[in-house]
Design a protein around this ligand. Structure first.
Ligand code: MG
Length: 256
């Protein structure tokens, strides 16, 4: 069921989104060669808790038998890792790496979810282009995030933009509704047909999140039960914001 948020709930979503964005900003400042993804995890947790929130990814259940709950406060996915990388003292960033940080702040029972891909130091132009296209795919998608449009209009805009730039979208994972739960209906694929799916209504809050691979779209899961990597070893990028459907233009809740 897709929930329509009340005015009060929208205020709480704005605050959760603000906290999630703040955590991203602090992480961005700390990213440099020699820093571990564990250190970035601690920065996020500290910022979110200092704002009165909790890092909602911590202890998130995998849903798969025998796989422990997610141990981190952030997902930290380096280079060919697409999503759900586990923060670790053993993962030390190097010059030229890229790292995708996906985090969720829960405050007063509501969630803000955002992801960014950062470059460690400098990287080749083709790497920058992957990250730029992934970010722009989000903005291409939300051009259609308007009252009366269909969900498939967003999905189609994202997928066709990515593919027209020569990259692949991940098919097995998708964006989602968000609110008092981190994952709510509807699922929001990063590909699909325009004109299909539910109609968008003011008060819907959605996490739109293109996951883009430089090579082919196939993915694999590591034995840790969480980390998703590209099958061909090529780089992957991720960009996500929580948005609110309004009477006019969408409001992005995780950019301040
Ligand atoms: Mg996320």
């Amino acid at each position: 069921m897709v929930t329509i948020k009340s005015k009060r709930e929208i205020e709480l979503m704005r605050e959760a989104g603000r906290v999630a964005c703040l955590a991203q900003k602090e992480i961005e400042k700390a990213i440099k060669p020699g820093v571990s993804t564990f250190e970035l995890d601690k920065i996020a947790e500290t910022v979110i808790r200092a704002c009165g929130g909790i890092p909602a990814e911590k202890n998130y259940p995998s849903g798969e038998k025998g796989v422990p709950n997610f141990p981190g406060s952030i997902c930290a996915s380096v280079n060919d890792e697409v999503i759900h990388g586990i923060p670790s003292k053993r993962v030390i960033l190097k010059e030229g790496d890229i790292i995708s940080i996906d985090l969720v702040a829960c405050k007063n029972g509501y969630n803000g979810d955002c992801a960014r891909t950062y470059i460690v130091g400098d990287a080749p132009e083709e790497t920058k282009r992957l990250i730029d296209v992934t970010k722009q795919a989000f903005f291409e998608g939300i051009k259609y995030a308007k009252k009366g449009n269909r969900l498939g209009d967003i999905s189609h805009a994202i997928g066709s933009y990515v593919e027209s730039n020569g990259y692949s979208v991940v098919k097995e994972f998708q964006g989602h509704g968000i609110g008092s739960s981190m994952h709510e209906d509807p699922g929001i694929p990063n590909y699909g047909k325009a004109g299909r799916g539910i109609r968008l209504e003011p008060g819907m809050t959605l996490a739109i999140e293109p996951m883009v691979i430089m090579g082919n779209h196939n993915i694999l899961q590591l034995d840790d039960g969480w980390t998703i990597i590209t099958e061909d070893g090529s780089l992957a990028a991720h960009y996500e914001n929580t948005i609110l459907i309004t009477e006019k233009e969408p409001e992005i809740l995780t950019i301040i």
